[in-house]
Write a protein that binds this ligand. Structure first.
Ligand code: 2AM
Length: 179
């Protein structure tokens, strides 16, 4: 329990954080959808693409986890978000890729394989790269077109997810460069 926020223990994940200007555009676009779908708008500064989800990790294992991340030599990746979608099963409105760049899948795979031997993950899982924009949304009907948002990710982030009474909040805890 975080004594300041009253949140339960942190869950960890690796992600690509969105460049601020792209986060701003996506957040604005999501703001235009929430009127139809309801739900909770994700904070602009928390928008990300998850690469590997670890769940709860004991505080004592953080140095080991950070050492693994620091020892990786992974290439920069192109990211192109060009469509909006809605998943019924988890009530999420998201921005994603019509075609996932092989480099992005390779980054998630490389990272996950590095985490397996130390038991931070139990299996490698294929990633469907997406940015969650709205949670607890109802079906929004036809979604607007998303003008392609492209950037080259030059770093990856270890982030914390805190569950609070107002939902989850996300914050980057450490960053490492992609070469
Ligand atoms: P989501 O946005 O699709 O819900 C922090 O919770 C991040 O980790 C979010 O991007 C979330 O994806 C992802 N996440 C949460 N639980 C997960 C799980 N069990 N498997 C994979 N990703 C998960």
């Amino acid at each position: 329990m975080n004594p300041e926020t009253g949140a339960s223990p942190a869950r960890l994940f690796f992600a690509l954080w969105l460049p601020p200007e792209i986060a701003q555009r996506l957040h604005r676009q999501a703001g235009g959808i929430v009127g139809k779908s309801g739900g909770r708008l994700m904070r602009e500064e928390s928008l990300h693409v998850t690469l590997a989800f670890l769940g709860e990790v004991p505080e004592a294992r953080l140095p080991e986890l950070q050492a693994i991340a620091a020892g990786l030599d992974l290439p920069r990746v192109p990211v192109r978000l060009d469509r909006l979608g809605f998943w019924k099963h988890n009530h999420i409105v998201w921005a994603g890729c019509s075609e996932t760049a092989p480099e992005l899948s390779a980054l998630a795979g490389g990272l996950q394989r590095a985490l397996l031997p130390a038991g931070f993950l139990d299996a490698e899982r294929a990633v469907t790269p997406h940015v969650t924009l709205l949670r607890k949304a109802a079906h929004p009907g036809e979604l607007p077109a998303l003008p392609a948002q492209e950037w080259t990710a030059g770093e990856f982030v270890l982030a914390r997810s805190w569950r609070t009474e107002r939902g989850s909040t996300y914050e980057p805890a450490a960053r490492w460069p992609l070469r």
